[in-house]
Design a protein around this ligand. Structure first.
Ligand code: DX5
Ligand code: ZN
Length: 221
């Protein structure tokens, strides 16, 4: 398992997104939280910002769609050049069709589950995805407290992914910081989203390095 860090620009300065992307040259991805005031009670950004950001940075974009109608919009994020597009299982009405469309447009397809959504009902969909995102806070806002109650599901998801060949990435998102990343890594996560822990730090680049080191340490023990 290779550790990857995906800083969430939700915690960055929205007026300076190109600079904020450049502040983490050591990041594997930039996590872009798209919220629509319907699926979650918050509003962030959409396609025009993703298109602009893609031109402003070489770091691939990891788009997390917290929107009510991902079947309609997700393919356009792939067309806009996102490297990865993740839809929520709770929102998609035709997840298999949408995940296939994302892949056919050349992006990695991700499926996200809220903290209270069990993973087992989605075991048969693993062949359709490149990444499973397990939310470790209720989606909608950065800076929330990590939900330890999700860790057994991370372990279960790791089992399912291994049984499926181990090709699928397992991402955790929400409250991931120096104090929680080791628990996530030990439970089986390999892609770590961190908003406040990166952009709230005085040196975001150093924060990415130390999160990566902590996750690697946890995997080595
Ligand atoms: C929350 C978003 C997260 C958020 C994480 O709904 O999906 O990506 O930015 O922020 P932190 O790391 O501050 O919890
Ligand atoms: Zn997110």
């Amino acid at each position: 398992m290779a550790v990857q860090i995906s800083p969430s620009i939700l915690a960055a300065d929205f007026a300076r997104l190109a600079d904020e992307a450049a502040a983490v040259p050591n990041a594997d991805w930039l996590h872009v939280d798209v919220m629509d005031y319907h699926f979650v009670p918050n509003l962030t950004l959409g396609l025009p910002v993703v298109e602009a950001l893609r031109k402003a940075t070489a770091t691939p974009l990891d788009c997390h769609l917290m929107i009510a109608d991902p079947d309609r919009w997700a393919p356009q994020y792939a067309e806009a050049g996102a490297g990865s597009v993740t839809i929520h299982a709770e929102a998609a009405r035709a997840p298999i069709r949408t995940l296939r469309e994302i892949r056919s447009l050349g992006a990695r397809a991700g499926l996200a589950l809220n903290p209270a959504t069990p993973v087992d009902p989605y075991a048969d969909l693993l062949g359709e995805i490149d990444m499973l995102l397990l939310m470790t806070v209720e989606p909608g806002f950065g800076g929330q407290k990590f939900l330890d109650v999700v860790l057994p599901k991370v372990r279960r998801a790791r089992e399912l992914v291994e049984r499926h060949g181990g090709r699928i990435w397992l991402q955790v998102d929400g409250g991931v910081d120096a104090g929680t990343i080791e628990r996530c890594a030990q439970a089986g996560a390999d892609v770590f989203v961190a908003g406040s822990a990166v952009y709230g730090a005085s040196d975001p680049q150093a924060a990415v390095d130390s999160l990566r080191a902590a996750a690697n340490r946890a995997l080595a023990t």
